[in-house]
Design a protein around this ligand. Structure first.
Ligand code: ADP
Length: 157
């Protein structure tokens, strides 16, 4: 049978325990998951550097040979097609996420018809974790370690 490859695309600025939870649960559905950090080469306005985030995510899943980390600067649908990923994995926390996810999944299917979006409802303990709140707390020196699956204070390896 064909390998079921899913793409888990996002900004992951930063990658949180909520994201980690979605990936781990996704492994029950897919043979392989590609965590893909999307970025815009024209305007890089990230808070956490993309190369650093790749390292942190790779470290988080160092014991999972079926999880890969990639970066991309093209349409998510195109990236999925090029990597033979027929599934898009996304997490939903609330109705705001739902509205947004609904429209992008319709668009993605128009762009790549075989692409099926699969949504997992967030685990309740992570429902309020958002990358933007973590950025804000970190910016002002707050401790965000409880929300991240890796240690952000450890120097790059
Ligand atoms: P994007 O910029 O594409 O919204 P994010 O990095 O914010 O990327 O999120 C990637 C995916 O993870 C989205 O589907 C988002 O809804 C989901 N997600 C974000 N935070 C959580 C969380 N705490 N629990 C579950 N899913 C989440």
């Amino acid at each position: 049978m064909e390998k079921k490859i899913a793409l888990f695309p996002g900004s992951f600025d930063p990658f949180t325990k909520g994201h980690e939870d979605i990936v781990k649960r996704g492994l029950q559905l897919f043979d392989e998951i590609i965590i893909a950090i999307g970025y815009n080469s024209q305007k890089s306005n990230r808070y956490f550097a993309i190369d650093l985030m790749v390292k942190y995510i790779e470290y988080t899943f160092r014991n999972y040979p079926n999880i890969r980390v990639a970066t991309y600067a093209e349409l998510t649908a195109e990236f999925a097609r090029r990597h033979d990923a027929k599934f898009l994995l996304r997490g939903i926390r609330n109705t705001t996420d739902y509205e947004y996810e609904n429209s992008i999944s319709q668009m993605n299917r128009k762009l790549y018809h075989e692409l099926e979006s699969v949504f997992l409802i967030t685990s309740p303990q992570y429902a309020w974790i958002s990358s933007s709140i973590i950025r804000e707390v970190h910016r002002y020196g707050g401790d965000v370690s409880d929300f991240l699956p890796y240690d952000i204070n450890v120097a790059e390896t």
